[in-house]
Design a protein around this ligand. Sequence first.
Ligand SMILES: Cc1ncc(COP(=O)(O)O)c(C=O)c1O
Length: 394
Amino acid sequence: MSFQQAERLKDVQQSKTRIMFNKCAQLRAAGEKVIALTLGEPDFDTPEYVKESCKRALDEGLTKYADNVGIVPLREAICQKLREENGLEYSPEEIGVTSGVAQGMFAAIVSFLNPGDEILVPDPVYLTYNEIPKVAGAVVKNYRLLEENNFQVDIEEIKSLITEKTKMIVIVSPSNPTGGILSEKNLEDISRIAIENDLLVLSDEIYERLTYSESNRCVSIASFPNMKERTIILNGLSKSMAMTGWRIGYMAAPAELIEPMNRLAFYMTAGATSFAQYAAVDAFRGGSKYVEEMRLEFKRRRDYLAAEVNKLKHFSCAVPEGAFYVFMNIKKTGMTSQEFCEFALEKTRLAVIPGDAFGSCGEGFVRMSYAASMEVLSEAVECLKILDNCFDNK
Ligand SMILES: Cc1ncc(COP(=O)(O)O)c(C=O)c1O
């Protein structure tokens, strides 16, 4: 028997962040200690009151199929969040609850792109945005986010990439992997281009609550004039409420955009897990205190890790403004990011992700997640010092 995978899947690559994660798991299974700054996952536990709420839902028997677009109280709670935190007016009919942002990405891209359509995607970026368009037969055109440009979008480059086939532009702010935040001016310029060229904007705002200075408070591109009608917001609870395993995300978009996405999402999962949705209502309604606690702790870790990196001779980083990643420049080592990660793991058991896993502009960088305890971070800094000294005479 020879079963071949479908053509549409042949070019879809496995996430390199997972490959590194699996390497760490192998080393640990062999009894080795690994200092892993690999996963984009908060090390905090889900707040107790959310777990209690989930237990109540289970005890009350709320374990059956739920409304496939999301239970009404959850969609209402999401609308309230968008109104109070983002100044955006959405009705529950303009929300689709998904199994994490991951499902929203798939639904948005596959619902709106035809074979041959073009989608503008940042480089570097969370890899999914380069891979899912392949399933739709769409063509990815990458625009660069450069360290020397403070990881902002170069508007002239965007203009040069747009053709009559361009349908959608993806923005991820704060960004995984750079930690950069697009300024309001940058968003305004992107809005203008989107309107002029009739583009849909897919705005991944999963790290929006994790920003570290007042001036970089995250603004949604949907809040700019005439933008709500062409924007699909993706967001969820994974990062800000330490709920990665609960798989609760949402899409927010005008009714005519949300309808096809919800229709497709039904055929993917028939709805997010029912009792997780009931707990998510409480996570949205009473979560701000917990988000703030975690944000302040992430800020402390960011300040520490970025300052330590910038003391070293061969490494440096832009101080990240959001999310929980330091995107460390390793160009002075002369190694590729892949070589450096292998060297770091071999030499010190420090595991970090090669920047090229996020696109060619990530070459020369490695991503370090500071969603790890201060103890782990200080061990990681000791490893970086050892590695730094290895390049002294090179
Ligand atoms: C930019 C970005 N979007 C989405 C996700 C996935 O979110 P979820 O766990 O809600 O599927 C991640 C996870 O790392 C991410 O970095």
